[in-house]
Design a protein around this ligand. Structure first.
Ligand code: NI
Length: 399
């Protein structure tokens, strides 16, 4: 069987697997698990793939799972990654497969990613004897939190022997039947910070005897908001957003302590590396001028997600064959959201793409992280076909 015949065989297998994959997706959707708690999901995946003949690796410290299809121990791997965690959101879709766990919901579509991973794994296993390379499925926990699961999976050897890696994310801004790709930087780095302002409390009627941490904090907020607009090249997108502010005890007491937290997003490593110092300089100057003190903590999170040009070429070529030229969309601009798939791409060439899931008739065009978010399940086999064909092509091209 030649490569193109093999792809056709895979595609018809995937079509027959569609109902099963929908059932897997709905099972996971009904039983969503927060980051770090993906046990049911892991055992569901394990149960299916073990029977299919996959070599399974589990880990003591987290709920990640590696499933290997071994053709020959000496051959390299192409890897496909799926994330498994849900979000602390109360589902309001009213669908029959809606979350049965109060306050927890697959509002980012990771249930679909896991189901697509399972389905692609079953399809590839059934053509095992025709595969030139091994295939590894990385089922990853804790994508939604800053101390992300991809780091743990990498630490535990998920990329050993891996020569190329692919992943996808469902996307309600593209229609079912479309995918989106992007050369180079696709998503932003995502860092967090905490600022504490220490003032001195006093009676609200005698402000001169204290140092007003609320006023100092508000001046810091103001000056931080000038960093992007006045000190960063406008051609390099960047965001500094403050998300929380807490402080004070009573209306008539000068507040002595305020805590602020926020996030920084960039799509350029040089810009990213400059921002912490600019922020600290600004806080230092402001607090000094007002007689206050500060603590500043900056936590580097996921780096920018940077796709490999050659891998995008292969992905686009395969997707166009499956979906038609006009349904493979160049996204052109990066988005300021973060994604920990970026950590795999720092170490191994690969590509991440967007799987269109918007279908107005089914009400699946609602944005992610929304209580009414849902996907069009007709997109599941599309994701499987694009991943399977791309993986197959990489194995043949690099052989
Ligand atoms: Ni997500």
């Amino acid at each position: 069987m030649d490569k193109e015949q093999l792809k056709q065989r895979l595609f018809s297998l995937i079509d027959t697997l569609k109902d099963k994959v929908i059932r897997v997706r709905r099972d996971i959707h009904k039983h969503p698990e927060l980051s770090g708690q993906e046990e049911h999901t892991k055992y569901l995946v394990k149960g299916i793939l073990e029977i299919e003949g996959y070599e399974i690796k589990e880990f003591e410290e987290h709920n990640g799972l590696i499933a290997d299809l071994i053709v020959d121990q000496k051959k390299p791997f192409v890897a496909i990654r799926a994330d498994m965690d849900a979000l602390p959101i109360e589902e309001k879709t009213g669908k029959p497969y809606a979350s049965e766990v109060k306050g927890v919901m697959h509002a980012c579509g990771h249930d679909a990613h896991t189901a697509i991973g399972v389905g692609t794994a079953i399809a590839l296993m059934s053509v095992k004897e025709h595969l030139p390379w091994n295939v590894r499925f990385i089922f990853q926990p804790s994508e939604e939190v800053n101390e992300g699961g991809s780091e743990e999976m990498i630490k535990d050897g998920a990329l050993e022997g891996v020569k190329a890696i692919f992943g996808l994310h469902v996307y309600p801004y593209l229609s079912t039947g479309q995918i989106g790709y992007k050369y180079g930087v696709m998503m932003a780095s995502a860092d967090t910070f905490t600022i504490q302002i220490h003032g001195k409390s006093a009676h609200g009627a005698r402000p001169h005897e204290g140092v007003d941490a609320i006023l100092v904090a508000s001046m810091c907020v103001n000056s931080l908001n000038h960093i992007i607009s006045r000190r960063i090249d406008p051609l390099h997108p960047a965001v500094i957003s403050l998300g929380t502010i807490e402080g004070g005890t009573a209306p008539n007491i000068i507040c002595d302590h305020v805590k602020l937290t926020g996030t920084v997003r960039t799509v350029n490593e040089k810009v990213r590396s400059k921002i912490p110092k600019m922020m600290e300089d600004s806080i230092k100057g402001t607090t000094h001028a007002m007689g206050a003190k500060y603590d500043f903590r900056y936590d580097f999170g996921n780096p920018e997600l940077i796709n490999d040009d050659k891998m995008v070429d292969i992905l686009v070529q395969e997707a166009k064959k499956i979906l038609g030229e006009k349904n493979v969309i160049d996204l052109k601009e990066p988005v300021m959201g973060g994604e920990d798939f970026s950590r795999y791409l720092q170490l191994v060439p690969g590509a991440f793409f967007r799987l269109g899931t918007c279908n107005p008739q089914k009400g699946t065009c609602v944005s992610q992280h929304h209580p009414k978010f849902d996907i069009d399940e007709d997109a599941l086999p599309i994701g499987m076909k694009v991943l399977a064909a791309t993986a197959l092509e990489v194995m043949h091209e690099k052989q």
